[in-house]
Design a protein around this ligand. Structure first.
Ligand code: ATR
Length: 271
């Protein structure tokens, strides 16, 4: 049976094995998929050992940049992201590195009937999570995309790096005054129960859609704030998680699984 897995450290709470088992069942594909605790001091050795038999792997914190360096070939979106979340062993034994995070986000937005094309987007944060989604978001041709970060200089670097792909600019938090149609939180602030310090005016009540790349049993602090400001819709990152997995499954198996029933099952379990 073809072997797959996810490399991370820690990895205990990964939902990926369940997601891929459900995809395999749904599409009638025979494969195994396990959560694998990779050592912090020898990711490369661990990954090479896995690929003696393994066919593909997902990569999560803190190894996405190491996976980028390990890959023999990169997809365009992985090259732009500077990080790899999906590895696939090709027939000649070489490793292809891809990044499906942004495609997962875009798919989840479109599944929720949130338009991207022609819209104004505010993307909060300038770390790996934001870098990973910029190319797929810009490929949907938003009217403009503003990257705002607590540390403005990091937003500027990202905006410059992606300038060729669309209308992208940088901002600090305190300059934000006007409303955006779509606001995506890619900071890790929710992890500490915090909110990015942005003005309420970025939300136009009844109109703006807010998306937190984080998720949890309860609404994230960002989504609670957004709902309190009258956001038309709030979405969390569970759909992005399932979406990135669906894109990885497609790369490995050539079949696109249906995310919706799997997302519904995960949501049920979170409750
Ligand atoms: P990741 O790879 O998950 O994106 P990262 O590279 O450490 O992680 O980036 C974390 C992001 O969350 C950064 O944009 C960070 O802002 P700074 O660049 O100013 O550090 C942002 N962040 C973390 N905690 C935050 C908070 N409490 N408020 C606002 N932004 C926060």
């Amino acid at each position: 049976m073809d072997r797959y897995g996810v490399f991370g450290n820690p990895i205990g709470h990964s939902k990926s094995p369940q997601i891929h088992r459900l995809f395999a069942e749904q599409t009638g594909q025979a494969l195994s998929y396990e959560a694998l605790l990779a050592p912090l001091d020898d990711f490369e050795g661990f990954a090479r050992d896995f690929f003696r038999q393994g066919r593909g792997a997902n990569v999560t914190v803190p190894f996405k940049e190491q996976a980028y360096r390990l890959a023999d070939q990169l997809s365009e979106r992985a090259r732009r992201a500077g990080a790899v979340n999906t590895l696939k062993q090709l027939d000649d034994g070489s490793l292809l590195g891809d990044n499906t995070d942004g495609a997962g986000l875009v798919a989840d937005l479109l599944d929720n009937r949130v338009a991207i094309e022609g819209r104004s987007i505010l993307l909060l944060g300038a770390g790996g999570a934001v870098r990973g989604v910029l190319e797929p978001l810009l490929a949907q041709r938003p009217a403009r995309l503003v990257i705002a970060n607590r540390t403005r200089a990091r937003a500027e670097q990202l905006a410059e790096a992606f300038a060729a792909l669309g209308e992208v600019s940088a901002s600090g938090f305190d300059e934000l005054r006007a409303p955006f149609e779509l606001i995506i939180n890619g900071t890790s602030a929710s992890l500490g129960g915090e909110l990015p310090a942005i003005a309420n005016e970025v939300i136009r009540p009844g109109h703006s859609v807010c998306y937190d790349m984080m998720y949890g049993k309860a609404a994230t602090p960002f989504n609670r704030w957004a709902a309190g400001q009258g956001a038309a819709k709030t979405l969390d990152g569970l759909g992005m998680l399932v979406g990135q997995a669906a894109e990885a499954f497609l790369l490995w198996r050539g079949v696109r699984p249906d995310s919706a029933p799997v997302l519904a099952e995960l949501r049920r379990q979170l409750m």
